[in-house]
Design a protein around this ligand. Structure first.
Ligand code: CNA
Length: 246
């Protein structure tokens, strides 16, 4: 085990109010691409449109067929399982160490892994609703639909309950996440480029010094981290769980 992972274990041992702040990088080891890695969604073919344009509210309203063609290929996740990182965070919560997972992910994997206090800043792809009558649908309904998913009650469009580009984040969730991070005695940032705002700004509310970043690439917050681990999140967190005998 390398020295930084041992330090991480020691920091966790001496903490009791940890918050994990996660991004798409925690789910790549489950087989879901992130946005910005070399094999990420931003490198994929959007039929002539950049993915961040396709995943915007304007595009969704204008070209729902093209939106769902892309979204069903890359953004609805079925048959995926939590990996060592998701499972480790659930164990840390069970052990009374971790108080919340604040995630930018929409894949539901923290909850499937057993984490209870999960703040999903960008929503959840497993939740979908009719834009007219608000009837609820699961991800399978969207995946099974031909072209644009339509409500079986009123016939209007069924959309994912996720935050698209140009849309506001839920202010209550944002405030809740901010309070957790402000009050934490340790924050572990995992698998996020920390460039998507306003989510990334939340890190600025942390008042302590035990900031750990586990990410394969540089982030704008690296200089503030007490420990920086450029390793796969699942591999690091597996060793953490073993080291803590959880
Ligand atoms: P991002 O900008 O793609 O950054 C991901 C980061 O994770 C990159 O810096 C990678 O180097 C790093 N990374 C990749 N794999 C690993 C690994 N195994 N271990 C450690 N680090 C790794 O994604 P962000 O989450 O920062 O950006 C926020 C967007 C991405 C949110 O709006 C999400 O909804 C959106 N997104 C979510 C998912 C998902 O729910 N799984 C998938 C793709 C995109």
């Amino acid at each position: 085990m390398n020295r930084d992972i041992q330090t991480l274990i020691d920091l966790i041992s001496s903490s009791s109010n940890i918050v994990a702040f996660t991004g798409a990088g925690v789910s790549t080891e489950s087989g879901i691409p992130d946005f910005r890695s070399s094999a990420g969604i931003f490198q994929m073919d959007g039929g002539g449109f950049p993915p961040e344009v396709i995943l915007s509210k304007t595009f969704f309203d204008k070209y729902p067929d093209k939106f769902f063609e892309f979204y069903k290929k890359f953004m609805v996740y079925s048959d995926v399982k939590p990996n060592q990182c998701h499972l480790a965070l659930a164990k840390l919560e069970d052990a009374g160490k971790l108080k919340a997972v604040v995630t930018q992910n929409i894949d539901n994997l923290h909850t499937i892994a057993g984490s209870k206090n999960v703040i999903e800043l960008h929503g959840n792809a497993n939740k979908n609703y009719c834009v007219k009558c608000n009837k609820k649908y699961d991800a399978q309904y969207v995946l099974n639909s031909i072209a644009v998913p339509k409500c079986d009650s009123c016939g209007d469009i069924v959309r994912p309950d996720v935050v698209l580009y140009e849309e506001m984040l839920d202010q209550e969730k944002l405030y809740n996440a901010k309070c957790h991070i402000r009050d934490a005695d340790m924050v572990i940032v995992i698998g996020t480029s920390l460039v998507v705002y306003p989510a990334a700004k939340l890190i600025k509310y942390f008042e302590g010094d035990k900031l750990v970043i586990i990410n394969m690439a540089d982030t704008p917050f690296d200089a503030s981290a007490m420990i920086l681990l450029r390793q796969k999140a699942g591999e690091v967190m597996k060793q953490v769980v073993e080291g803590l005998k959880l």
